[in-house]
Write a protein that binds this ligand. Structure first.
Ligand SMILES: [Zn+2]
Length: 292
């Protein structure tokens, strides 16, 4: 892989629904030798190794929000990258509350594990710290090679939660930019202005899409999910079309038959005619290489 080559690897394309085929949501952006991980869903470490990726190379981690399916293996990523030889601090970015979660994992939940391995397994060279940072729209994480910005997404904010809960329930969409190429990771969201601001003109949009209208039709629960919580096929297609997406990649799919997947694809195709990938775990989507 040359220094500027960029691709997306879908490590997990499921949701909270436990599945042997679709692990929890995790998306890896490979940019040259760098590995940026978006969410740490169930089984992310297994999928990294299965893909031939070295977990120690993952850095930084971006968290979209604090639902179980997106952070269930955050501690695994923190500790496994250390045990696999991570040398730098692991940087973890996410919406407000991320610092507190990481602090709790490091200093409470896994404090004994970390001390035990630091002292009892000196071959690991002592704990390699993690640094968590809460970020909000307007913040950007920038290096010499790439930039990641974020916007608030709408994920359940229209449901009947208390005002206090909604004020503390922050969900992010991300936009990765490198050398004029753009990849958007929607996180969990319905169609909303924040997501669109991150997705506009992206070469690749990794978009949550839980079901087709064939599944949601006549099902009041699934209709509510599509209205308030997760984009359905029609929304994903409309976003992709109106944001002029080069390649739409669907993830966070509810378990479904091959026939339902085909129906979902057909529904997207009614609206969006660009490149389309119905995501499966371990799918790679590449950006075209820069000429010259
Ligand atoms: Zn989710």
């Amino acid at each position: 892989m040359s220094r500027d080559d960029t691709s997306v690897l879908l490590l997990g394309t499921g949701g909270p629904w436990v599945s042997a085929e679709r692990f929890g949501p995790s998306t890896l952006i490979r940019h040259g030798d760098e590995r940026l991980l978006f969410d740490t869903g169930r089984g992310v470490g297994i999928r990294l190794v299965e893909a031939g990726e070295e977990p120690a190379q993952v850095n930084p981690v971006f968290i979209t929000h604090h639902h179980l399916d997106h952070i269930s293996d955050l501690a695994d990523v923190m500790i496994t990258t250390w045990l696999r030889g991570r040398t730098a601090d692991l940087l973890i970015y996410g919406p407000p509350g991320t610092e507190e979660i990481v602090d709790t994992l490091v200093n409470k939940v896994y404090a004994k594990d970390i001390e035990w391995r630091s002292v009892g397994e000196p071959a690991f060279g002592g704990w390699k710290p993690v640094q968590a940072k809460d970020i909000v729209p307007g913040d950007a994480v920038e290096t010499a090679n790439w930039r990641v910005s974020c916007a608030y997404a709408v994920h359940g904010h229209g449901l009947n939660f208390s005002k206090e809960f909604k004020n503390n329930w922050k969900c992010l969409s991300y936009r990765f930019e490198a050398k004029g190429k753009v990849i958007c990771v929607s996180g969990d969201t319905v169609d909303c202005a924040g997501l669109r601001s991150m997705a506009e003109g992206a070469d690749i949009l990794v978009q949550c899409c839980f079901a087709s209208s064939a599944e949601t039709r006549g099902n009041s629960h699934l209709n509510d999910v599509a209205t308030f919580t997760l984009a359905d096929a029609a929304q994903a297609a409309t976003i992709a079309k109106e944001c002029a997406i080069g390649h739409l990649v669907l993830t966070h799919l509810r378990p479904k038959s091959e026939a339902d997947l085909a129906a979902l694809e057909a529904e997207v195709r009614e609206t969006y005619l660009g490149a389309l990938t119905i995501g499966r775990d371990m799918t790679t989507v590449s950006l075209p290489e820069k000429p010259g």
